[in-house]
Design a protein around this ligand. Structure first.
Ligand code: ZN
Ligand code: ZN
Length: 640
């Protein structure tokens, strides 16, 4: 393939000042004809005379600085992959006559962004690719490049390799000889020696590690091409590629080895009387008192099975359902228990909002609402960390138990002579010869790393309560002793340092938590002329106070009040920047509009990182149909 057409720049660059944030810095010189401009991603400028080809485009701010390095014409922008931080400025390119080349396998995310968003899986989501960081506005594409293709431009020959891992659909690594050195533009395959910009992008699907494996294979392919320099989308120029890649591969492997779990057979479907007063059915534990009163810890039990349980175990009254967490395979039975049996719903404060208004969140395994636009069931009693309650002569203690997800609760009680900790999905039954530990680590679930957080927080609680029985939602009762509990604790203790080795951030949580910046609510229904109240929430995972500048980006005719907010967030705290978004009253809104906000946090421009969905309320029936279809098609997996 030959990339030919040139565009005339200087006059048009001035027009771009209006749409890009702009930056005072100059492109940094790597060699005579190779520069890097640090923007929402690294934008590389490859020169040939006074012409240039750009590898990725970021916000487009680079255009203001090209004259300073003797570039008058830009022929092409070549994208390594579809993430917004690579291409958020592309809107301007067609008007400037600059052509756009993208990975052929990702072409549709650029060309039909609006179409892709209409089919985005928001509920019962177990498949995380394509991810939510794709463009929200369609971009005109002039050429799709298939990995393996070569092309010539300005007397240079570019080779391409598939870049898989950071994205599932292959992106591109481009190799060329520039100023006597073989350079590799590696996108986000690697950040710096041993490090990645994000780990969560390697998780393509719930519980699985193919993305990490694919990332390793793509890195090995780059290594085999023997480049002299690695030029990443985020991170530093690496002049010892072999070592940089070897370290990164080793660090990814360490994470995968720590996370990989091999459960014994899932026992969640057995109707089992495991103790005189405790029944295990699917993911629920049902505690039945002698007088026929029952307590459900979780329920995704279908109505006929509940009827069977009532008959088999002489249940006269179901008093309450207490939730371990919000996942669809633990809460699907709530409407039956509430409406037919009059049970109360009790939930820990960490998950109440998700249960009642799931559409406000973009997290996996949602599905408690009957329809996307409707609220989920109302929580009748909000439980707090450390609460105690008495029921049928037993004393229960509840605690935040944030293992599999931050929005998770555990419960302790002494029943039938055992000290039981009801652990929800924060553990599983190990096979003989394997350790007792936390269950899966799916970044999108929000598994926080650090002292007192996530699985380590659970390990600390287990040490404190010293139970002799772990009640695991999918696996039943697992006998424990101090040695077993210590296995769990020691495993959990390794999580943060292992991720810290591979994640190139001030705190590894930034690389494992894809929602550290997010809109709240995530999704609303609205109509033309209305005002939508929203907030951009930022979790400052770092150990220092940080400033954020947040600026919503909206369709023509919409307004944000204020246009921009500057907030300060204390270390380890969550900050919020609130906005009133006024929808144009002059034009009807489309079926779905996706807005974004540009976020600069702690001095780093993350570009249009968070997005929010605004759906047309008058098209509700269409969305309802769509939701029911998706809910039906949702895969039932053994452990969610
Ligand atoms: Zn990326
Ligand atoms: Zn779960």
């Amino acid at each position: 393939m030959r990339l030919g057409l040139n565009a005339w720049l200087p006059l048009l660059a001035a027009a771009l000042l209006l749409v890009t944030p702009g930056s005072a810095q100059m492109p940094e010189k790597i060699s005579d004809n190779l520069f890097v401009y640090r923007d929402t991603c690294n934008v590389y400028v490859v020169k040939s005379g006074d012409e240039a080809i750009l590898i990725d485009f970021g916000s487009g701010g680079v255009l203001e600085h090209l004259a300073e390095i003797g570039v008058n014409k830009v022929s092409w922008v070549l994208h390594t992959h579809y993430h917004r931080d690579q291409c958020q400025g592309d809107d301007a390119l067609a008007g400037l006559g600059i052509k756009v080349a993208v990975p052929a396998d990702q072409r549709r995310y650029f060309e039909d962004a609006e179409g892709a968003w209409k089919h985005m899986q928001l509920y019962h989501n177990y498949s995380f690719k394509p991810d939510f960081f794709e463009p929200t506005r369609s971009i005109k594409v002039d050429e799709g490049i298939t990995p393996g293709e070569t092309f010539e431009w300005g007397g240079l020959r570019f080779e391409t390799l598939p870049s898989v891992g950071h994205t599932k659909d292959p992106g591109l690594t481009c190799l060329a000889e520039v100023d006597g050195k073989k350079v590799a533009f590696t996108g986000d395959l690697i950040h710096s020696p041993g490090k990645l910009w994000t780990y969560y992008d390697l998780q393509w699907r719930y519980n699985q590690h193919q993305g990490a494996q694919a990332g390793i294979e793509s890195l090995e392919a780059v290594k085999n091409a023997k480049p002299d320099l690695l030029l990443p989308s985020h991170g530093v120029v690496m002049d010892n590629p072999q070592e940089a890649i070897d370290q990164t591969v080793a660090h990814i492997r360490e994470v995968v080895d720590l996370l990989r779990w091999q459960p014994a057979h899932d026992q969640s479907k057995r109707n089992q009387q495991i103790f005189p007063h405790v029944v295990h059915q699917r993911t629920s534990f049902i505690i039945v008192a002698d007088d026929g009163h029952a307590l459900f810890y979780d329920s995704s039990i279908p109505e006929p099975e509940v009827e069977q349980l009532v008959r088999d175990h002489g249940i006269k009254q179901i008093d309450m359902i207490i939730l371990s967490h919000y996942h669809d395979d633990h809460v699907g039975g709530i409407p039956t228990l509430k409406e037919k049996y009059g049970a109360e719903l009790w939930a820990h404060e960490s998950m109440v909002d998700i249960i009642e208004t799931p559409y406000r969140y973009n997290i996996p395994c949602l599905g408690v609402g009957r329809y996307p636009d409707e609220a989920g069931p109302k929580v009748d009693r909000v439980l707090k960390d450390g609460d105690t309650f008495e029921w049928e002569g037993w004393t229960f203690k509840v605690f935040h138990f944030p293992g599999q997800t931050e929005y998770h609760m555990g419960m302790y009680a002494e029943i039938d002579g055992h000290r039981m900790v009801f652990m929800g999905d924060s553990t599983y039954r190990p096979q003989p010869g394997t350790i007792f530990r936390g269950e899966n680590f799916n970044c999108r679930n929000y598994c926080r790393l650090g002292e007192g957080a996530g699985y380590l927080g659970c390990g600390e609680i287990l040490k404190e309560y010293n139970p002799d029985m772990a009640m695991a939602a999918h696996f039943g009762a697992i006998p424990l002793d101090e040695k077993r509990i210590d296995e769990y604790y020691q495993w959990a203790k390794k999580l943060e340092p292992t991720f810290a080795k591979v994640v190139a951030r001030s705190d590894p949580n930034f690389g494992t938590d894809p929602n550290w910046v997010s809109f709240y609510p995530y999704r609303v229904f609205a109509e033309a002329g209305e005002t939508v109240v929203t907030e951009v929430r930022i979790r400052n995972h770092s150990d220092h106070q940080a400033e954020a500048v947040v600026r919503p980006l909206l369709p023509a005719g919409w307004r944000s009040n204020p246009e921009e907010r500057r907030i300060t967030i204390a270390a380890k705290e969550t900050g919020g920047a609130d906005f009133r978004i006024v929808l144009s009253k002059d034009a009807p809104i489309s079926l779905r509009t996706v807005i974004t906000a540009n976020v600069v946090f702690d001095g780093i421009d993350y570009g249009e990182f968070p997005e929010m969905i605004i759906d047309n309320r008058s098209e509700k029936d269409k969305w309802r149909e769509w939701y029911l279809e998706k809910a039906k098609a949702a895969r039932i997996s053994p452990s969610r």
